[in-house]
Design a protein around this ligand. Structure first.
Ligand code: SF4
Length: 462
């Protein structure tokens, strides 16, 4: 079978990209109009169940049957400033600013995620991730449209291969919420699209022909915006490729619309393991009974959940916040995996922190909490250079004989550096010096049993 070179594939991908965007406007979510801002609910019909303060505050007596239905949540996303100002108090200035920003960077917030916002706190960390800020356009000259050069690494439309053994399938650009710090903000302007069946087949064909690929990441946008049935048809094709060992799904649904993680989805995923899911909690306020239950359902379906936090100015940029987030993740049985430096994306500069902030956060955690709670702090390099882990400098000096190491309390220790000689060379050197014969003599001595001899007791050598 003829194999295309990477250059050929990239050319083909770029030629097809334009066609792809034009041909893939096929949104999966049922095309029903949003409820008339929740006003049609008749409280006599069905009493609300376990309501939370935010849910009642913003949306009144929404019945559980609607609130817990992910498609209802999706249909009723807040996507305009008019709608937002109906549920949240916004000054005329704020409304004008949001209107201006959304011309370039649209707005979408699920009712569930909105319910987590404290309306009395203008600096609420959930609000800052969801509600547009004028800074998105005021500082938009800084950064890149596509800092990770994902377009250049596309081998066929929608499939990114940066490393020999991994590939990323971008199935859609639709997300339940538009996070203000998103790396793929450039995609928002294209409206909602989902890859066609023909495009999926081209991607699968590429994966099938490239036997070095063992790990496929299914991402977007958010791939869980696809119906479970459609998603299954894609996962089944990928799983059928013998050399694909693991499938990873990147999704923020557990955080912004946990109702999506329903029994139907979990049952489907459980058939195609090993599947891992990487999600994106950024603040302890996002860990709620609903999101914890969603992660639990995934785990029970055999899908381990990792978390990738983005470090965001004024949202989570302190040792206390990240430590609390990671502790709560562990309590939710989610592994804190990465802490990302916010990418150099146009429209996000106001949310980016100095790199030193991330290093200081890791330094403030190491030694003060269990290692399992500490994520890898990582910078994703521009132009597709890949991820670079950064950490505080604990190595003060290093020679072949010795290291000077600083511990978490700042104390300096000497550490003998084992020789790089091979084991055989060491034995020979020791034999010559007479050390080995004396060790053999020692080993030949009979065991001395101390205390009462008992068949159930382990006899230890004195
Ligand atoms: S869920 Fe991910 S891809 Fe979607 S807007 Fe948020 S950060 Fe971007």
């Amino acid at each position: 079978m003829k194999t295309l070179s990477v250059a050929d594939k990239r050319q083909t991908a770029s030629q097809q990209e334009k066609i792809t965007i034009e041909n893939t406007v096929r949104v999966e979510i049922e095309d029903e109009p949003p409820s008339r801002l929740f006003a049609s609910y008749n409280p006599e019909e069905e009493p609300p169940g376990k309501t939370t303060t935010g849910r009642v505050r913003y949306f009144g007596n929404i019945p559980d049957s609607s609130w817990n239905d992910w498609k209802w949540q999706f249909r009723n996303r807040i996507t305009s400033v008019e709608r937002l100002s109906q549920v949240m108090s916004l000054s005329a200035d704020e409304q004008a600013q949001i209107r201006l920003v959304t011309r370039r960077y649209p707005l979408a917030i699920t009712p569930y995620y909105l319910s987590l916002i404290n309306p009395d706190d203008p600096d609420d960390p959930v609000r800052k991730q969801a509600v547009p800020s004028i800074m998105e356009i005021a500082m938009s000259a800084m950064g890149f449209e596509d800092p990770l050069a994902e377009k250049e690494d596309s081998v066929v439309p929608g499939l990114v291969q940066r490393y020999p053994d991994r590939a990323l399938m971008v199935l859609t650009d639709i997300c339940p919420m538009l996070c203000r710090h998103c790396t793929r903000k450039r995609e928002w302007r294209h409206g909602g699209w989902v890859r066609t069946d023909a495009e999926i087949d081209t991607m699968v064909d590429y994966l099938r022909r490239n036997t070095a690929i063992r790990d496929v990441i299914i991402s977007g946008g958010d791939p869980l915006t696809l119906s479970t049935e459609h998603l299954e048809s894609i996962i089944a094709k990928v799983r059928a490729i013998e050399h694909i060992e693991i499938i990873r799904i990147g999704s923020r649904f557990p955080v912004v619309l946990p109702q999506r993680i329903d029994t139907e989805l979990c049952n489907m995923l459980s058939k195609y393991g090993p599947i891992w899911l990487n999600t994106h909690f950024n603040h302890p306020h996002e860990i709620t009974p609903e999101s914890a239950a969603a992660c639990d359902r995934l785990l029970r379906a055999g899908v381990p959940v990792n978390n990738q936090t983005v470090l965001l100015r004024g949202i989570n940029d302190s040792v206390e916040t990240i430590t609390k987030l990671c502790h709560n993740l562990l309590k939710t049985k989610v592994r804190p995996y990465y802490l990302f430096q916010c990418d150099e994306v146009q429209g996000t500069e106001h949310l980016r922190t100095p790199v030193q902030t991330g290093i200081k956060i890791i330094e403030g955690m190491r030694g003060f909490t269990s290692g399992l709670a500490i994520p890898h702090f990582v910078v994703d390099l521009v132009q597709g250079g890949g991820k670079v882990p950064l950490q505080p400098n604990y190595v003060l000096s290093m020679t072949d004989e010795e290291l000077l190491l600083k511990n978490y309390e700042g104390q300096v220790y000497r550490y003998r550096n084992p020789s790089s000689q091979s084991y055989d060379e060491k034995v020979m050197a020791a034999t010559v010096s007479g050390v080995v014969p004396s060790l053999l003599d020692d080993a030949a001595r009979p065991l001395e049993v101390k205390g009462v001899t008992d068949a159930n007791r382990v006899i230890v050598r004195s």
